[in-house]
Design a protein around this ligand. Sequence first.
Ligand SMILES: NCc1[nH]cc(CCC(=O)O)c1CC(=O)O
Ligand SMILES: [Mg+2]
Length: 352
Amino acid sequence: MAIKFGRPIDLRDVARTTATQPALDLTIRPRRNRKAEWARRLVRENVLTTDDLIWPLFVVQGDRTRSTVASMPGVERLSVDEIVRDAERAAKLDIPCIALFPYTEPSLRDEHGSEACNPDNLVCQAVRAIKQEFPDIGVLCDVALDPFTSHGHDGLIKDGRILNDETVAVLVRQALVQAEAGCDIIAPSDMMDGRVGAIRQALDQAGFLDVQIMAYAAKYASAFYGPFRDAIGSAKTLTGDKRTYQMDSANTDEALREVELDIAEGADMVMVKPGMPYLDVVRRVKDTFSMPTFAYQVSGEYAMIAAAANNGWIDGDRAMMESLLAFKRAGADGVLTYFAPQAAERLRQQHR
Ligand SMILES: NCc1[nH]cc(CCC(=O)O)c1CC(=O)O
Ligand SMILES: [Mg+2]
């Protein structure tokens, strides 16, 4: 491996000090446990493995199509046939789960996000195609209306307000078509009140007792979603912001109340989003509820690391691994990350 950013200084530990100066009278020297790679491995508290990774992918209409996302270097929108190839890559890399997000053709977007409930929409097509070839990989589908609405909001709008209960009714239908297509995990990211309970009830009534729910329980109104909105094509159309449903970045007690509600309504797993700027929330959620807790390293976090790395300003690979390990340290059980395949490849090399 070429060392671009400084040489590794793995100084040989000398058995006895040869310093000319008298040694300090220190009984405790924490550096002893860091003296060599084997010693550091021995006392290492947290590890990242491929089991921790969920890989988000973008689906686009077409055939053999891979289109770049300008604000997410290295990330592409994939047509259904191509997404099956990436699912295969995920399976080969031992990544347990992939997450799907659609770029909906502008002509199919409307005020009500109708395409979300079309059993033949891009996401449903992709789920079927992936499940047919790779039934053993987990498939997570996002539930929210923003990829489908002409205004870019996650819910229905009336007189400039996002309607809660009316939106929940649509989300329930969206979740059902996704479950019908073969989705394993339904992940509501819309932040409407009561949607987890409504979706759970509908899934159960339809016989989808084993379909899990991963609730985007503590999801903040964040500037870090910018590149994602580029990827799904809602950046240009979004009117206003999402602060009447996504959380205020200033709050953490509120995150605990949101998580508590989603668990009570039947969430099997909970998520905090974004990731790195909200590691304190991850820690509090994990400590308070002992639930399977996930963090989403969102598009803006990915873009920052990728951009700095592409400029030669940071060592991208090391920054990626360090950022992912931070989630483990904060108590996360797993991470949704666009770095998933790169991280998995790196983990594989390390273990060789
Ligand atoms: N509700 C849709 C949704 N699901 C995941 C993300 C963001 C993911 C990312 O930035 O990587 C968003 C965007 C938003 O809420 O505006
Ligand atoms: Mg909620």
